[in-house]
Design a protein around this ligand. Structure first.
Ligand SMILES: [Zn+2]
Length: 111
């Protein structure tokens, strides 16, 4: 009996490998700390504010399913429509506010 189930288990494990689940953050992702700084609710770190770039609003972006899940789990990562660097259609100057830890985690988990 166990011989019959072994291939099924192997196939299931192979399908699930790399499809990690990420718990979406629930609630307000940003709060003001006692000094009035915008702070990541998940990591309790003040958000970083930098000059970055934004893509034109008329460009349709189609993020991967993985990025969608990660950006919900780490809600203060840099939005797909924003970039720290000038390149391609991301050429409209814009102030960007993000959590360095959220961004680091998203980048580390993107495959
Ligand atoms: Zn964060």
């Amino acid at each position: 009996m166990s011989r019959c189930h072994t291939p099924t288990i192997v196939i299931f494990a192979a399908l699930c490998f790399g499809c990690a689940t990420y718990k979406p953050f629930i609630g307000n992702p940003i709060y003001k700390d006692q000094n009035g700084r915008a702070t990541c609710s998940l990591h309790r770190l003040p958000l970083t504010k930098v000059q970055g770039y934004h893509i034109r609003d008329k460009v349709i972006l189609d993020p991967t399913v993985q990025f969608e899940k990660l950006s919900k789990a780490y809600p203060n990562c840099i939005a797909i429509s924003d970039s720290l660097e000038l390149f391609g259609d991301w050429n409209i100057p814009k102030g960007i506010q993000y959590c360095q830890e959220c961004e680091r985690l998203v980048k580390s988990k993107i495959q």
